[in-house]
Design a protein around this ligand. Structure first.
Ligand code: NAD
Ligand code: DAU
Length: 348
């Protein structure tokens, strides 16, 4: 039996990973460690909160003593590490918070795992969930491969790159059994509306202006969050210790084309006149150091472990929009209070 610690399990991707792991690894215990920052929300997990194999622990990974205690007391054998500060715009405003959680927090977890596991590394795993942004920015062609040189360009991606380096350092220096995956942009249910897709859905619903950075020509490679969770589960089960796996959807969109598609789909749902919401598109000041394009080559994961995304983009977007329409309370709860202050400051 495994005791699997999932960090950041109350966040967007983490909550899908917690749910999938409970479904998939039925004999194992799932322990969700989360500091419940503005991005952490236990409402994401109400359906499984009473599951007999599930435990929630409120803990900040910046606290080494606390993290060590959690690993020891719960006899943790496997760690899937998602806890992070995840929003690029916030990293531009407050880079030190990203160093604290993403760098120091990750090293705390590595160190605590190393101390608690000692020489008994049989059936142990430290799985680090990372991002394609560590590879930098592509021009109009080409892809990120697992051996693409790191070239992070925002405080967020620099902090994630640093954490990846520490994970590899613990593998090479101490033999800690690690795996890293680097994924492209996720979207789907429970996505916090500071990120492009849920922010636009929320603003279209409320007929607020739709802030597109720069000329809207930056390209992102979008993957449905449940497909990412499935990829993590596959790699967790069958990935090779010490290896890195890229995860992506081969699904590139310029921001402006994506925002126009969202306008069309949400207008249809609201039975608005054709073209109504596109009029809300407003070009605003570009993000500082805005990476032009990300695109993942995920063929290693397909060839070695057989993972491919299950959903086409239009199907995934339709499911996502339906989820936001069916969960208006969730949306209202996360967009009141602090969010409004953030939004007013960010988009002033
Ligand atoms: P998120 O911001 O929605 O959730 C992050 C979670 O981590 C929250 O529950 C938060 O409370 C928790 N957390 C933050 N700081 C913490 C701390 N100091 N101690 C303990 N918990 C803390 O993030 P997400 O979008 O779900 O991303 C999860 C992971 O996946 C991150 O590591 C991110 O870098 C990576 N990732 C995200 C994407 C994406 O498109 N969202 C793509 C690739 C990789
Ligand atoms: O590539 C993986 C990364 O994807 C993850 O590691 C990050 O955690 C995640 O936040 C995401 O980063 P991005 O910066 O690509 O995502 P975001 O949704 O913030 O922005 C997507 C694109 O949309 C980007 O080019 C900036 C643009 N944008 C974003 C917002 C919030 C706008 O034009 N307007 C906006 O209001």
């Amino acid at each position: 039996m495994k005791n699997i610690l999932i960090t950041g399990g109350a966040g967007f991707i983490g909550s899908h990973v917690v749910r999938l792991f409970l479904e998939t690894f039925k004999e194992d215990k799932i322990i969700n460690l989360d500091a419940l920052t503005y991005a952490g929300n236990l409402e994401n997990l109400t359906d499984i909160e009473n599951h007999p194999n599930y435990t929630f622990i409120h803990q900040d990974i910046i606290d080494l003593v606390g993290v060590r205690g959690v690993i020891k007391e719960n006899n943790i054998t496997h760690i899937v590490h998602l806890a992070a500060e995840s929003h690029v715009d916030r990293s531009i405003k407050d880079p030190l918070a990203f160093v604290q959680t993403n760098v120091i927090g990750t090293v705390n977890l590595l160190q605590a795992a190393k101390e608690c596991w000692g020489d008994d590394l049989n059936d142990k795993l430290f799985y680090h969930v990372s991002t394609d942004e560590v590879y930098g920015s592509l021009g109009e062609t080409g892809f990120f491969y697992e051996d693409t040189a790191y070239d992070p360009r925002s405080p967020y991606s620099a902090s994630k790159a640093s954490s990846d380096h520490f994970v590899r350092a613990y593998f090479h220096t101490y033999g800690l059994p690690v795996i890293i995956s680097n994924c492209s942009n996720n979207y789907g249910p429970n996505h916090f509306p500071e990120k492009l897709i849920p922010l636009m859905i929320n603003n279209i619903i409320h007929q607020k202006s739709l802030p597109v950075y720069g000329a809207g020509l930056n390209v992102r490679d979008w993957l449905f969050v449940k497909d990412h969770a499935q990829a993590i589960s596959t790699i967790f089960s069958r990935g090779k210790i010490g290896d890195t796996y890229n995860i992506g959807g081969h699904n590139e969109w310029t921001n402006i084309d994506l925002v126009k598609l969202l306008c069309k789909l949400v207008d249809e749902k609201l039975q608005n006149p054709v073209g109504q919401s596109e009029k809300l598109i407003t070009y605003v000041q570009d993000r500082a150091g805005h990476d032009l394009r990300y695109a993942i080559d995920a063929s290693k994961l397909k060839d070695e472990l057989g993972w491919v995304p299950s959903l086409q983009f239009e199907e995934g977007l339709a499911k996502t929009i339906d989820w936001f329409f069916s969960n208006k309370n969730w949306l209202e709860n996360v967009t009141s209070g602090e969010y409004q202050k953030y939004y007013d400051k960010m988009y002033a």
